[in-house]
Design a protein around this ligand. Structure first.
Ligand SMILES: *Cc1c(COP(=O)(O)O)cnc(C)c1O
Length: 384
């Protein structure tokens, strides 16, 4: 099917997917093979060795790139492997300007791994383009942004940064994990590469670790495919199948994540023990207008802090939850709760994390697709 003829929901089920030519199987077969027969040396059906190409992975790449309105897609062994491939596009001495409240694993990869090889990272608040432009110099090659950010749900104006990137001939990469392609499509807003941790909303069932890059430029695609094949950070056929299976319900899940998220956010905001609630759907959110402009919904990620900001109160609350499970990660069908100060952001010094709103009582929720009454009841019970 031609991708641009169909709506998201139809593409999720059909883009890049055809009944198996050999058997008519409706579901993409799991091509659990490393190698492929050649009729004479170098003559084959487009597949030689599964690090380079695998038919199940190939279908996933076609399907998921269509959901991001991208011409090309590359699936990786994890979100971080996909980010790593982007960094390998750059040469020592290159500078990258990145969001300051970045996903912790990305921050670690940038500062502990790639700085060793001569890349230089500058971290900035990206609420205003005007604050970032002065950081650009002759060595700057890439802007890296994440929106909404974790855990305080800051929103960054992708289109404004795409204009800045074009003006200075920089690559713009957007980590779109928190929004998913259902809520936000950075390539349409001018980004060069969109990156996903498929592990979260896209696969959606907390059973696959995977990363993805979608893009339009042919040359950039060839460079990234070369890096991917040379480094070898690919995902396997079974995981590709599971991701494809998850994607078929991405739109349905995201609709419910958004509905439940909205109700939980409003319930929390009205609760007497709750201090701040971070959710981009509130009109009082500092970048609500940008969120409304570039997102189709506000998602199911919410953080909140408690009055008095006591660590013990937060610990008591999360340990009394029964429907929400205390765990890292996000984006699965089941609701999860996390305590950023001691879990995802534990490596940061207290003063540093508090600057970004990660106070002692901050709790992050990944609101799942359970019945809303049970979720609210669970929170009510834990707070009483
Ligand atoms: C989880 C996550 C990553 C890393 O992805 P993995 O699949 O865990 O390697 C990157 N960015 C964001 C925003 C994430 O939530």
């Amino acid at each position: 099917m031609q991708n641009d003829e169909y709506k998201f929901e139809t593409k999720a089920l059909h883009a890049g997917i055809e009944p198996d030519k050999a058997t008519g199987a409706i579901m993409t077969p799991i091509y659990q093979t490393t190698t492929y027969a050649q009729s004479s040396p170098g003559v084959h059906k487009g597949y030689e060795y599964s690090r380079t190409q695998n038919p199940t992975r190939h279908v996933l790449e076609k399907n998921l790139s269509a959901l991001e309105n991208g011409k090309h897609g590359l699936a990786f062994g994890s979100g971080l492997a996909a980010i790593d491939a982007c960094m390998r596009l750059l040469k020592p001495g290159a500078e990258i300007i990145s969001t300051n409240d970045l996903y912790g694993g990305t921050y670690r990869l940038f500062t502990k791994v790639h700085e060793q090889y001569g890349l230089k990272f500058r971290f900035a608040g990206m609420q205003n383009v005007a604050d970032v432009e002065p950081l650009i110099n002759a060595n700057t090659k890439m802007l890296w942004l994440e929106t909404p950010t974790n855990p305080t749900m800051n929103i960054i104006d992708i289109e404004a940064f795409a204009n800045l990137a074009k003006k200075h001939h920089l690559l713009l990469v957007v980590d779109n994990t928190f929004a998913s392609p259902y809520l936000q499509n950075p390539l349409d807003l001018g980004a060069d590469i969109v990156m996903h941790s498929v592990t979260k909303y896209i696969a959606g069932h907390s059973d696959v670790v995977m990363g993805f890059l979608a893009l339009n430029d042919d040359e950039l695609r060839n460079d990234l495919a070369f890096i991917q094949n040379s480094v070898g950070a690919v995902c396997g056929p079974m995981d590709s199948f599971l991701a494809l299976r998850g994607i078929k319900t991405l739109h349905l899940r995201m609709q419910r994540h958004c509905e439940n998220g909205e109700k939980v956010a409003h319930w929390l905001k009205a609760h007497p023990y709750v201090d701040k609630v971070y959710w981009p759907g509130f009109e009082s959110h500092p970048n609500h207008d940008v969120a409304k402009k570039q997102m189709r919904g506000f998602g199911g990620m919410i953080s909140f802090s408690l009055k008095g900001d006591k660590l013990d109160d937060a610990f008591n609350l999360v340990s009394r939850l029964r429907v929400f499970t205390l765990a890292e990660s996000l984006g699965g069908v089941e609701s999860l709760a996390g305590h950023p100060a001691t879990m995802t952001h534990a490596a940061l010094p207290k003063a540093e994390r508090e600057k970004n709103g990660v106070t002692d009582s901050l709790i992050r929720l990944s609101v799942g697709v359970e019945h809303i009454d049970d979720l609210i009841h669970d929170l009510k019970n834990a707070m009483s």
